[in-house]
Design a protein. Structure first.
Length: 375
């Protein structure tokens, strides 16, 4: 029997295939990672309202437990926030959605918390109403069908990218309605590594600091990731030790797409070369872009690239595409061709969001134009 690396007690938890911990030291270490990630960044003021995003999955369950433990402390390590819990429905079929939402309400009530619930289709509506606590939102079938039609017109990879931006937008929207200046999301080390590689692949490399770093400050409501230093292996162990029951045990299987391929690659990398992922994410934390007074993309709120005389990937893509379709008079028509390929490019949308919009059919595009005008 080998001893815990932190104390002399017998160890019973192995992490990274070599680090042995006893149960108490493991729990202390996870709680320390969580609080240290918040404390060292020194962003939150005392007793701030913080919107806590709950999906019902494993990471969401651990986040809820860590927050309860943090605010229950009676010493200098106490987590001084006022949590407001929120769940967004609409990512699974209707029956599963309701089961998860009701299970989350019970889970929050077990911790003496209340839960606000919204529906992702409200992205097309953006009303100023907040549902009563612990109550499922009334379904607007017309709005849900319209939103589903919008998604069905896109490729799977673009759809997943769009949904991630819709999630972010809806969290910020409800945070404002609930008077929260900050948001806690439950992304862990592996999730952020997948997001990093996905961003680089689809053309969002300039947005890495927002989508992978601890703080996403594109909006006046800041999104914080206090679990960014915790691995999936640690999540699994934490749930088992504390006998937690995630509200959602339903697998949200995605079709074969870019995000799934990268996630599987990162999972394998984490299994065999665990230090690689943490090193990559720490490197991403150091990437920064100077703040500029320029236009923001209407979907992701990132800076819109400025026109430049230098050859960019966009210009190269335009040129290659125009040659492939046999276009004549490339010089005079290149700008019009670029806007045909990438609608609203450098006007209302960044490169990747514009590319995503180009996949949508005309009827759905009209709906999106209206959304853009109203934002």
């Amino acid at each position: 029997m080998f001893n815990c690396k932190k104390c002399d007690n017998p160890g019973n938890i192995i992490l990274r295939k070599k680090d042995l911990y006893c149960t108490e030291c493991f729990k202390t270490n996870i709680n320390h990672k969580f609080r240290a990630c918040i404390g060292k960044n020194k962003i939150l003021a005392k007793n701030e309202n913080v919107l806590i995003c709950l999906s019902g999955g494993q990471c969401s369950t651990v986040l809820l437990d860590l927050i309860k433990n943090g605010i229950s402390l009676d010493n200098h390590k106490k987590l001084w926030i006022t949590p407001v819990f929120f769940h967004l429905m609409g990512m699974r079929k209707e029956s599963d959605d309701e089961l998860i939402a009701n299970a989350l309400i019970k889970q929050c009530n077990h911790y003496d918390f209340n839960l606000y619930i919204g529906h992702i289709s409200e992205y097309l509506l953006k009303n100023n109403n907040v549902q009563e606590i612990n109550t499922l939102p009334q379904e607007n079938n017309t709005l849900i069908n319209k939103f589903n039609d919008l998604l069905s017109s896109m490729s799977v990879s673009s759809r997943n990218d769009f949904l991630s931006k819709v999630h972010r937008d809806m969290y910020v929207h409800f945070a404002k309605l609930l008077q929260c200046k900050y948001i806690f999301s439950g992304e862990t080390l592996g999730t952020l590594a997948s997001n990093l590689l996905t961003n680089l692949t689809i053309g969002r490399g300039s947005q890495v600091q927002y989508d992978v770093g601890f703080c996403d400050n594109r909006n006046e409501v800041r999104i914080l990731r206090p679990m960014k230093d915790i691995s999936q292996e640690e999540i699994d162990q934490y749930i088992q030790i504390n006998q937690l029951s995630p509200a959602s045990c339903i697998s949200n299987n995605q079709e074969n797409c870019l995000q799934t391929i990268i996630k599987n690659f990162v999972t394998d990398l984490q299994e065999n070369y665990q230090a690689t992922i943490s090193t990559v994410c720490k490197t991403a934390d150091k990437i920064g872009v100077g703040m500029k007074q320029c236009k923001k993309c209407k979907v992701c709120e990132s800076d819109i690239g400025e026109n430049s005389n230098k050859l960019s990937a966009l210009e190269a893509t335009n040129y290659s595409s125009s040659v492939s379709v046999g276009q004549q008079q490339l010089t005079s028509d290149s700008e019009n061709f670029a806007h045909a390929m990438f609608p609203y490019i450098n006007q209302s949308l960044c490169y990747t969001c514009s590319k995503m919009f180009s996949e949508m059919d005309d009827s759905n595009d009209v709906n999106l134009k209206q959304i853009l005008l109203n934002k």
